[in-house]
Ligand binder design. Structure first.
Ligand code: FAD
Length: 600
């Protein structure tokens, strides 16, 4: 078992050598920051994650929250961790100084949060949900709502949830039934049931602020009739203090494969007592508001998946160095000493795959976070607009690729451990169980694929796609060494084939063959995702190749050589797997579409 959550040298490389995060300090918003302040806050996150979050990761998994006498009982360590996170200012880390925030860039906040998820995804869920809910109020709430809820949420006195899903409406939010009836007092009466609401009940904070999607009576059908409401567990007086119970009750706790430290709840609204909800922004705009925040949430899911993958990789790497087993295939002497399993090429294959997936996923999510920074703070208005379009296009990939490949990394970590990996005495099976949530929540990966191929690619006459190709071109041309140029060539060739197939899919869609074209959207997401991550590896390889020439210690040379070898792994072992996607997409293979339910 290792203490290391995310390799700090790798994070330093990705933030500063690949992304030049330090340049953000030249922008007005971050002008009081420096590389030193970024590093100090990252150091705090790493240390706190180890001391306050990692300490009960396994215990919270084994001893999950229980519903006893109308209360949720949970380990006291969870509250201690939540409070420490809040006291250190992380809940408001990205916000204005005026709001008590630190005005940190998204890319630095994302890096910090990576440590907390790697240490304990279950406990990290509570503060992350709180910041997401607070952000909705900050951006779309009115002054009264902001004054009442924001200070308490950003200080950690109140927590937040996102209450979208209903028993019969998960992927299809258009079909939600929770209703909102206006009253003469300006608030609404909320009635309905929500399911899988993370953090919907707990014993950490004085109040819980649910951000609830509901339909106002008489609203248009479908997504255009959905509104967003603030529904506090306890009514809040004008000074922000909690009072009487609002009519939200816990119908039950849900028991899960992983992420057991985060309560999963079924909630009922307005069953036993009237439940007051407060409309956020305009009526019927609720899903639009939610989706505006989804970029953040989806990057968070991708980031979480990448770092849980990373954590498993760190564990299995350490184990592979220690575990002695067998000899080299060419060693015939049975009395020769056994070798550590890391000496076997097949174990290195499994470690390299994990390195390629987790460091590639980390690079992708940090890039997404940087796009958020550029979208909001780039001094050039045109660049701000372009960053927004790129982020919009890439969001399904940033959510889905790490959440597909993070669990794959964890699966390989179990395999590196052998039998030990399958036991609960070792930590990697929990990583896999925790990570298995990520392809499901915040829109399943199937839904992300439909979003990418059905919508995002074609938005604004594919302007986002054109911007993406320009961005990639810069890095393709920056490849200077033979190895990097070879990889740039294979990326460029794959890209050309992907563009061709995209054009033919576009024609089919225009021709009305919607079901047929979108039937293989998951293949398209895989193709697109692998191309993007190959690009992330080329960016890292270019930076490593340039730095290697002047590296002045063995550890630095080893670090950069490791980056180059992992890039090679991605280009030799992973990128070629898209050939199958290209064939299926080119042929518009209809095997799945034409399979009939009765034939199963
Ligand atoms: C641990 C956990 C925590 C969660 N936390 C929250 C939370 O805090 N707040 C909240 O609101 N929700 C939460 N959710 C709910 C989560 O967002 C949903 O589970 C998810 O959106 C999928 O919905 P569903 O479970 O109803 O599956 P379904 O929508 O029934 O989907 C089942 C399968 O069908 C596929 N499918 C569905 N529709 C289509 C389609 N049109 N085309 C192709 N394939 C399709 C899906 O991809 C999936 O594979 C959580 C879920 C879990 C498990």
């Amino acid at each position: 078992m290792t203490d290391s959550l995310i390799d700090r040298r790798d994070l330093e490389f990705q933030l500063y050598e690949v992304m030049n995060t330090e340049a953000l300090t030249e922008r007005e918003r971050f002008s009081e920051h420096s590389k030193d302040t970024f590093d100090a806050v990252i150091e705090t996150a790493d240390k706190m994650a180890k001391e306050k979050f990692a300490n009960h990761n396994s215990a919270a998994d084994k001893d999950e929250p229980k519903f006893v006498n109308g209360q949720v009982e949970m380990l006291p360590d969870v509250k201690q961790a939540f409070d420490a996170y809040a006291e250190a200012g992380f809940l408001a880390g990205r916000y204005d100084y005026d709001l008590g925030g630190m005005q940190l860039p998204e890319s630095v906040m994302a890096a910090c949060n990576g440590f907390f998820t790697a240490a304990n995804p279950g406990t990290a869920g509570y503060p992350f949900l709180t910041t997401a809910a607070a952000n909705l109020i900050r951006v779309f709430g009115n002054d009264e709502q902001k004054a009442k809820f924001l200070p308490n949420m950003l200080s950690g006195r109140y927590s937040g949830t996102m209450a979208l899903t209903e028993p019969h409406a998960g992927s299809s939010l258009a079909d939600i039934r929770t209703s909102a009836t206006p009253t003469d007092d300006g608030h609404y009466l909320i009635k309905g049931a929500k399911i899988y609401i993370s953090g919907g009940e707990q014993s950490i904070t004085e109040n819980i602020v649910h951000m609830v999607l509901a339909k106002i009576k008489g609203a248009p059908a479908g997504v255009k009739g959905i509104s967003l409401f603030i529904v506090p567990k306890f009514h809040v007086d004008e000074n922000g203090n909690p009072g009487e119970h609002n009519g939200v009750s816990l119908a039950g706790l849900i028991h899960k494969l992983g992420y057991r430290g985060t309560t999963s709840t079924a909630l009922s609204f307005g069953d036993d007592a009237p439940c007051h909800g407060y409309l956020v922004g305009e009526p019927h705009q609720g899903l639009k508001y939610m989706f505006q925040m989804m970029n953040e949430a989806r990057i968070g899911v991708g980031f979480g998946a990448a770092v849980i993958g990373y954590r498993g990789y760190m564990h299995s790497l350490e184990y592979a160095k220690d575990r002695l087993q067998g000899r080299k295939a060419s060693e015939k002497n049975p009395e020769s000493p056994q070798v550590p399993i890391i000496d076997h090429a097949d174990v290195r294959r499994m470690l390299l795959a994990q390195k390629a997936y987790s460091e590639g996923g980390l690079a992708l999510c940090l890039y997404g976070a940087r796009l958020m920074d550029d979208q909001h703070t780039h001094p050039d208005e045109q660049k701000r607009m372009e960053a927004g379009k790129l982020l919009d296009l890439l969001t399904p990939v940033i959510k889905a690729w790490p959440s597909e490949y993070g669990p794959k990394a964890n699966d390989l970590a179990i395999q590196v451990y052998g039998g030990a990996g399958y036991t609960r005495e070792y930590p990697v099976e929990q990583c896999w169980r925790d990570n298995r949530l990520n392809p499901i929540h915040e829109g399943t990966n199937g839904i992300q694929a439909l979003d990418l191929l059905g919508r995002k690619i074609w938005q604004d006459q594919s302007h986002g796609l054109q911007l993406l190709m320009q961005e990639m071109q810069t890095d393709l041309q920056a490849a200077t060494t033979d190895r990097c140029q070879q990889w740039a060539l294979s990326l460029s060739e794959t890209l050309q084939q992907a563009v061709k197939v995209t054009q033919s899919l576009g024609k089919s869609l225009m021709g009305g063959e919607v079901d047929k074209t979108l039937a293989n959207a998951s293949c398209y997401l895989h193709l697109f995702g692998h191309i993007i991550v190959a690009w992330m590896w080329l960016r890292q390889a270019n930076a490593a190749a340039n730095a290697l020439a002047s590296a002045n210690s063995d550890s630095e040379r080893n670090f950069y050589q490791g980056k180059l070898q992992a890039a090679q792994y991605f280009f030799h072992w992973e990128l070629p797997t898209v050939a199958q996607d290209l064939v299926l997409l080119r042929n518009q293979d209809d095997t799945c579409l034409n399979m009939k339910a009765d034939w199963f």
